[in-house]
Design a protein around this ligand. Sequence first.
Ligand code: GDP
Ligand code: MG
Length: 173
Amino acid sequence: MEEEEYLFKVVIIGDSAVGKSNLLSRYARNEFNLHSKATIGVEFQTQSVDVDGKEVKAQIWDTAGQERFRAVTSAYYRGALGALLVYDISRCSTFDSIARWLDELNTHSDTTVARMLVGNKCDLETLREVSVEEGKALAEAEGLFFIETSALDSTNVKTAFEIVIKEIYNNIS
Ligand code: GDP
Ligand code: MG
């Protein structure tokens, strides 16, 4: 008998410069860039994860800078089963934008999407503008998972992606 194959699409959304590309490069390649430049066009990375002894492949999409032009296309969202909504804990304007990203995600998705609110750059504690409590409260109100991460020092990066991937697996099985 053939083994069942799982391929889950996960999208990363949020304002420019919150650390989306670095979260992905930290997770997929254990790399971090201090001066990452936005690449042109949509990019994704595929990552294999073991869930309940099954090999699950996550195809994780990065906006590659489209968000600067408010032009994240519907193709980007199409078929997504999971989403990371990222803000920067040292810039409250990026937290205020989450409502708009959530709206956009909801508009473009017709299935249950496993959604994680991610407060990135938690290494910048001295510059913090968004408290952990504010993050938690928004997540609770909107029914999202919540985590704070640092792509710089790797805090919770793997956990953030894997909670979403496991939740997708639970949603479909
Ligand atoms: P994107 O536009 O959302 O893809 O953001 P990038 O991944 O390009 O990151 C924007 C800037 O924030 C870059 O200068 C990164 O080096 C920096 N950055 C990303 N993640 C972190 C983090 O966790 N901590 C700190 N201190 N800087 C970060
Ligand atoms: Mg980027």
